[in-house]
Design a protein around this ligand. Structure first.
Ligand code: ZN
Length: 79
């Protein structure tokens, strides 16, 4: 009997950019990088769009918030 893995969608290789770069701590002082994960309106991209893994997405969220705190990044335009 062959056991095939038949549930779930085909696995797309969605690499987390931070994992790929072996980034362990996302630098909040690097807004150019953070900006890629924020929409024009200043919203953080959800993980399914950004392709980040859970832990980096979390790190990213914190980094972006921190960057905003020190005014490196704008808050949402429609705040
Ligand atoms: Zn990652």
């Amino acid at each position: 009997m062959s056991r095939m893995n038949q549930d779930g969608p085909p696995r797309r290789r969605k690499t987390c950019g931070f994992c790929a770069d072996k980034v362990e701590h996302i630098d909040y002082k690097d807004p150019n990088r953070l900006k890629k994960f924020v929409t024009e309106r200043g919203k953080i991209l959800p993980r399914r769009i950004s392709g980040n893994c859970a832990s980096h997405q979390r790190n990213l969220t914190v980094a972006i918030k921190r960057a905003r705190d020190i005014a490196l990044m704008a808050y949402t335009a429609d705040g």
